[in-house]
Write a protein that binds this ligand. Structure first.
Ligand code: IFM
Length: 398
């Protein structure tokens, strides 16, 4: 059977600056230096499969937890986009690193702006529509020093940085994602207190959420004035909840933030990985592989009556023995939602490259393209070719 997608459907992959670029100096890079030894020690208390311990770097090594040079995508973006193009992608999502653009308060680095102009140009030349994220979790050190998102002033500083990006790059970008997964960020950073700044506090958690929502609204208004045709949204991490309390969890986790910015978004960006239920198979990170909930979540997001973009969906699978099927099953579920009325217009696999998975470090392998961290060699995984067939033919054969 053939599942055909609409003309002009966007197919691609996503990355974020801190996870792939290398050489970033921000709140995360500082936190990594302080926490690598502890994270490696904690990891030694767990049982790990052999194939993960044999990989480099592995969870027991301190260097696993230091983003350092990452994939050197900052210097190799052209080569990486050539690979994406060869895989049939017609769109690509990446993020701008605020700490590069504004390393000191109010001092914008024109060279770095030029760098991202080149990134956008390279994508356009290769026929890929850029989806640009303005904030994917990392903060310049001077923002960290004033308390990050728990400080109200960060709203104004973020809006000024976003204005600068709209002024300088706005002519070349149609799709903007202001904020990535505010629910995951605030949850880890303030509710659980396990990510920078590592401050567990309900008050700070609520403040951060509130400031993030106000920041989005401010940026939306000012960008729209500058570029009325721009399409602006956020990337919301969504899960499918089952069992006791599913309704309330669905509301709090999936829709609370989106409702708070309801009138200020042109599309709904969805990052979907998992449901909270059991499954027959799991990813290397222990996340259940079960596409059923994906259709439900997409249909549910239809409540906003806006176009939907799947801005992330992927699996950590170092052996690449589940990724091909994962992609097909999730795309099949997406198509089911579309047939049921969900207006999905694009799908971005997470991620184009293996990358730095935050406090887990480098060992989880999400990439369509494998990175050998000893020499930074790129190798296209077999599953990437399975996905490429779907992208090139704009259909899934099952
Ligand atoms: O790597 C992350 C990404 O930064 C945000 N969404 C989830 C991915 C996998 O955990």
């Amino acid at each position: 059977m053939e599942l055909k997608f609409p003309k002009r459907f966007l197919w691609g992959a996503a990355t974020s600056s801190h996870q792939v670029e290398g050489g970033n100096i921000n709140d995360w890079s500082e936190w990594e230096k302080k926490n690598a030894e502890r994270l490696a020690r904690n990891a030694s208390q767990k049982a790990w499969p052999d194939f993960i311990l044999k990989s480099y770097p592995n969870p027991l090594q301190e260097e696993n937890y230091i983003s350092g040079g990452a994939c050197d995508h900052y210097n190799r973006f052209n080569e990486d986009f050539d690979i994406a193009k060869s895989l049939g992608h017609n769109a690509h999502r990446f993020s701008i690193e605020w700490s590069r653009i504004e390393p000191e308060e109010g001092k914008f680095d024109e060279k770095e702006i030029e760098h991202y102009r080149e990134v956008i140009k390279s994508l356009r030349e290769k026929g890929m529509e850029p989806f640009v994220t303005l904030w994917h979790w990392t903060l310049p050190l001077w923002i960290r020093d004033i308390g990050g998102w728990k400080n109200k002033k960060t709203i104004g500083y973020f809006a000024r940085y976003a204005d600068k990006m709209a002024e300088t790059l706005g002519g070349e970008v149609k799709f903007w994602i202001t904020l990535n997964e505010t629910n995951v960020y605030a949850g880890h950073s303030y509710f659980k207190g396990i990510w920078p700044p590592g401050k567990k506090s309900l008050i700070k958690y609520l403040c951060a959420n509130h400031h993030l929502s106000r920041a989005h609204i401010a940026v939306y208004g000012s960008m729209k004035k500058m570029h009325p045709a721009a399409q602006i949204g956020v990337a919301q991490n969504m899960m499918h909840f089952t069992g006791f309390g599913a309704g309330i969890k669905n509301y709090v986790y999936n829709f609370f933030f989106l409702n708070s910015i309801r009138q200020h978004q042109d599309f709904i960006g969805i990052n979907y990985y998992k449901s909270d239920g059991e499954a027959k198979e799991y990813s290397d990170m222990g996340w259940p592989i079960d596409a059923k909930g994906f259709s439900e979540v997409l249909k549910d997001a239809g409540r906003y009556e806006k176009p939907l973009y799947v801005l992330e969906n992927g699996i950590a699978d170092a052996k690449d023995d589940r990724r091909g099927n994962f992609i097909k099953e999730y795309i099949k579920a997406m198509k089911k939602a579309m047939d049921g009325g969900a207006d999905v217009r694009g799908y971005f696999y997470w991620s184009l490259l293996d990358n730095f998975e935050w406090d887990k470090g480098f060992w989880p392998r999400f990439g369509l393209v494998e990175i050998d961290y000893k020499n930074l060699e790129r190798k296209v995984r077999p599953s990437a070719l399975e996905y490429a067939k779907i992208c090139k033919e704009n259909k899934l054969i099952i």
